[in-house]
Design a protein around this ligand. Sequence first.
Ligand code: HXC
Ligand code: NAP
Length: 291
Amino acid sequence: MYNKGMLPEGTFNNKVVLITGGGTGLGKSIGEYLVKLGAKIIITSRRQNVIDETAEEFNKISKNSTIAIAGDVRNHEDVKNVIETGFKHFKSIDCLINNAAGNFISPTERLTPGAFDAIIDIVLKGSTYYTLLLGKKWIKNKIPGTILNITTTYAFTGSGYVIPSACAKGGLSSMTRSIAAEWAKYKIRCNAIAPGPFPTKGAWDRLVPPGFSKFINMTKRIPLKRMGEHQELSNLAAYLLSDYSSYMTGEIVTLDGGEWTYNAGQFSFLDKIPKAMWSLIEKTIRKKNKK
Ligand code: HXC
Ligand code: NAP
């Protein structure tokens, strides 16, 4: 069931979507679903060969649907060029997905200032540059644009060993709500998704190094006992970008199989108590109620 597309055919007819980091992983999966729903797509990332390959795949699904423009989200000139070239090609851009990210696990005391900068510059500043430069264009041309930011669940909680990413995603979540509040008057909406674990090569190469699975079972942390399916995320992304969610803005939607609330909950560990023991526990507690 969860591998099926959710929205009606043609939902994105006449819509142009710009996806940063759209050549791989989750950005690619979302892009593919949007193409199937009729969207035109601009994908961008640093590696031209990677985005060219993805664009070719998308164009096989829907002819002339996709263009690939290389650029680094940290570079203003690249950001401007992607927006201007994309706009000229498709005559508009209606939606932006700030999906590009950098991340790796590391004890914080091993980080250099340059390592912190790299992640903040990609995730927080890169997403803000795109939002700013495209937003100005939308406001000037009275385009009711829609923004979707991809954040994480540890943006809510913080997390050791990924401090630059946690700080950057925390900022991105805050940017989501702030832009939503300020630009609603221009009919620009801005929402975010906070995904739990959705296996991708980019994330797993940097967050789950080989051998890790011997010590750590990531699925055990998730109360629904499985990782996310890309189609599940694509369904939510498509909904948040579509007119079906036109009354929703400033929202950060978690999609994580219950992972973060489960692990934050002080008593979730009681799962480990066998069912048979609960009668005895209840009896003992009730005894204490006696005056
Ligand atoms: C410590 C590191 C490091 C590591 C790089 N650096 N890797 N420090 N441990 N493993 C330091 C470098 O020494 C350098 O600092 C700085 O970071 C920048 O690194 P560069 O090699 O110059 O590359 P650059 O292109 O600037 O940055 C790329 C990158 C790389 C972010 C480091 O990982 C990358 O290309 N990532 C793109 C894709 C990605 O990360 N995808 C995963 C997203 S997953 P100095 O001081 O030496 O200059 C995600 C999921 C979250 O976000 C939630 C999951 C459940
Ligand atoms: P991914 O495949 O590595 O995607 C990251 C993309 O960002 C790559 O295509 C990369 O392409 C691009 N990118 C990185 N630095 C860039 C830069 N400076 N300029 C332009 N593009 C850049 O990883 P993913 O798992 O799909 O992650 C996608 C998004 O989901 C990220 O925002 C991530 O934080 C979020 N997320 C993922 C998970 C998960 O479990 N997978 C969980 C929570 C959140 P180039 O290298 O070609 O530039």
